[in-house]
Design a protein. Structure first.
Ligand code: NI
Length: 259
């Protein structure tokens, strides 16, 4: 059994064949999917999917690309969504200085604000940090998420990883782990403690090898787990089981949330 801990299946790229995508996931042993919000509408769709499909759970939050369009109303609505059953995390939130689609001051402000909202909601955070690790670190050091969090699609150095692990964060691996030019990732994958990692697709983005170039989907998370197993010298089953257990630990999958 594999858990795809980060996907965006509410994306319109799946509107024609979501049923088939879900079936292929099931056939590949991917029996749990955390669908992650990136703005208010996507968060609402994620919660709806979590209530419609037994393998789906939801995270709610606003991606740094989209924080420019937020208002108090957005935060109020997200706060009430966060209370729904099957909502496991606040995310994805963070900083993206690669594309800079929202002004940086607004990104910083919304990142801190959403850490505080996650704390108040009793949820861990899912963090997106691209070309911004130094500033992301500064923010999470000053505003430690009370219920923990994960740096998703981690691609930074082992030095940064060590600091994040010391702060209690988890690291999540996605398709780039399978790319031949994955610079720091082999080292991070080998050294991350066995109780602090898990795997994801970030579908429809970051499609792993050998499917690179196609639309990504949860079934392909097997390739990420396989590569992780290879780096760590364990079996795919062991990597998948450890990843599942670690995700349950961070996302505190209690009986109530399993409803
Ligand atoms: Ni994402």
């Amino acid at each position: 059994m594999i858990w795809d801990t980060h996907a965006h299946l509410d994306d319109k790229k799946y509107s024609d064949d979501l049923g088939e995508v879900r079936q292929r996931a099931k056939d590949a042993g991917v029996t749990r999917i955390l669908n992650v919000g990136y703005d208010l509408a996507a968060s609402e769709r994620s919660v709806k999917m979590a209530h419609s499909y037994p393998e789906f759970y939801a995270a709610v939050g606003v991606h740094p690309h989209d924080v420019k369009a937020t208002s108090q109303k957005t935060w109020d609505r997200l706060q009430s969504l966060a209370k729904e059953d099957r909502v496991l995390a606040w995310g994805e939130i963070g900083l993206d200085f690669y594309r800079d689609l929202s002004p940086r001051p607004k990104q910083r402000e919304a990142f801190i604000q959403q850490i505080e909202l996650a704390d108040a909601a009793g949820l861990p955070v899912i963090i997106h940090s691209r070309d911004a690790d130094e500033e992301s670190l500064k923010i999470v050091k000053a505003h430690r998420p009370q219920h923990g969090g994960v740096f998703h699609c981690y691609s930074g150095s082992w030095e940064t990883a060590k600091i994040l692990l010391d702060l209690g964060f988890y690291l999540s691996f996605a398709g780039p782990l399978t790319y031949r030019n994955a610079r720091h990732l082999p080292e991070v994958a080998q050294k991350v403690p066995l109780d602090r990692y898990f795997v994801e697709t970030d579908a429809p983005y970051l499609t792993p090898e050998p499917h690179r170039g196609k639309r990504n989907e949860p079934a392909f998370v097997r390739e990420v787990a396989k590569k992780l197993a290879e780096f760590r010298g364990i079996t795919l089953e062991e990597a998948a089981a450890q990843s599942w257990k670690n995700a349950e630990c961070l996302f505190r999958l209690t009986q109530q949330k399993l409803r």
